[in-house]
Design a protein around this ligand. Structure first.
Ligand SMILES: *Cc1c(COP(=O)(O)O)cnc(C)c1O
Length: 427
């Protein structure tokens, strides 16, 4: 049997950093990543036979838990009919109809294979539709790894972007503006200066990629008003929030209509599937109707779409009880964090929206990225390693969200609370 350590050493000689996506390397928290042999319900099992209660859930998609029977059945049934067609197929139509049924602003949708691709397309569409070049994003918002969006802010006010990654041309990054999350004044000022040259503003309606940071009342409403006033498009990046808090988008909960929306993660049920959707007049500028080019060999892949349809179906059937129950589960674990920290005398501030939350080692809950960066990341790293030793898998970074799934039963959550308390005692 190969151990985690042996596999990681082998991987390091074959794959940069041993992983196919950076956060999986545990670089932010230290230690050797475990290699998963299989995943079932709320559990990951590694190659050494260790079982972890999973609070990462593949970074959001697995809201039904791992290997959900109806999704597995759908994938198997589709596999018997073919893996990829390169032609339209009926399930694409059914899936698009399900998405529009759940989120009315999606007058048209285009399926792609990743959230990155979806957002990249949304930006291109916005630039083409408005004939403008600037894009406005919020500091700490993550929208995939395309050039235009790998940009961080300097301090205060509107900042012309500097690249967050080597290899992103400065000229391109300088077209991306950033302002702090939840700062309506900085946003207004940015629009005053750049509004008429701004193609779109892109925002996670609940920030989930700097840890969970909820929007303050009025922030998203102000974003909508400013975009309308200056003729910029508003794009909601709902790759995490879509179908996470209710059967639909966060936009429906706050009653704000974005012009464009991106979805991913949950809608693919764990397979590579995402989409960009929105107003028909904007979406129809995509090829072949319009002159904005976008394409994909595996777009609308039948296996992925079958998983997406089965996932949405399972969520829809039980949505009236499923979402309140998910929220209650998250509340239970969030309280367990707070209690365990209090017992140990460690300051902990927890941000939670529905079944997503982040425990920050800080006195006060952060409301933007710079406050997130002020929290105690070193203590989180120590906590993470102890949690893993106690059979829990919280995110391997202080800046990723915890997620709950329907597979986390109340009995399991009781066990999780005990493990959590033991991990904190050792901290
Ligand atoms: C995960 C994520 C993306 C990128 O999606 P990938 O499928 O990883 O490319 C984009 N936006 C948000 C809000 C995300 O959480």
């Amino acid at each position: 049997m190969k151990t985690n350590e042996a596999l990681f050493q082998a991987a390091l000689g074959l794959i940069p950093g041993g992983v196919n996506s950076p956060v999986r390397s545990f670089q932010k928290v230290g230690g050797t990543p475990f290699f998963v042999r299989n995943a079932i319900g709320p559990f990951l099992v590694d190659v050494e036979g260790n079982r972890y209660i999973d609070f990462v859930l593949a970074y959001g998609p697995m809201i039904l838990g791992h290997t959900h029977p109806s999704v597995e059945r759908a994938i198997r049934a589709q596999a018997a009919r073919g893996f990829s067609f390169g032609c339209p197929h009926p399930d694409e139509v059914a899936f698009a109809a399900a998405l529009r049924g759940a989120i009315p602003s999606l007058e048209r949708v285009r399926l792609v294979s990743s959230g990155t691709e979806a957002v990249m397309t949304a930006i291109r569409l916005a630039r083409a539709y408005t004939g403008r070049e600037f894009v406005l994003k919020l500091d700490g918002g993550y929208h995939g790894h395309s050039d235009a969006l790998l940009v961080k802010a300097g301090s205060g006010g509107a900042t012309l972007g500097v690249p967050d990654s080597c290899g992103v041309p400065g000229a391109l990054a300088s077209l991306t503006l950033t302002t702090p999350y939840n700062d309506t004044q900085a946003l207004s000022e940015a629009f005053k200066v750049y509004g008429e040259r701004t193609a779109c503003m892109i925002v996670e309606p609940v920030a989930c990629n700097m840890g969970v940071v909820p929007p303050e009342p009025g922030f998203l409403e102000t974003a909508r008003e400013l975009c309308t006033q200056y003729g910029a498009l508003l794009a909601f990046d709902e790759v995490i929030t879509g179908f996470r808090y209710h059967y639909g988008g966060y936009q429906d909960l706050v009653q704000i209509n974005p012009d464009l929306t991106t979805l991913g993660k949950i809608i693919g049920g764990g397979l590579p599937l995402a989409c960009v959707g929105g107003r028909a007049d904007i979406m129809e500028t995509l090829a072949p109707t319009g002159n904005v080019y976008q394409a994909g060999t595996l777009s609308g892949n039948p296996l992925a779409v079958s998983a997406g349809i089965a996932t949405l179906q399972a969520l829809k059937e039980r949505h009236e009880t499923l979402y309140p129950s998910l929220e209650a589960k998250a509340q239970t674990i969030a309280r367990a964090y707070e209690t365990a920290a209090k017992e140990k005398g460690i300051p902990l501030a927890l941000n939670r929206v529905g079944s997503t939350f982040t425990p920050f080692f800080a006195e006060h809950p952060p409301k933007n990225f710079s406050e997130v960066l002020d929290t105690d990341a070193k203590r989180y790293a120590r906590f993470f390693r102890l949690a893993v030793e106690h059979g829990l898998f919280p995110p391997p970074s202080p800046f990723e969200a915890h997620f709950l799934s329907v597979a986390h039963t109340d009995a399991l959550l009781e066990e999780a609370q005990e493990r959590l308390s033991a991990a904190f005692q050792a901290l």
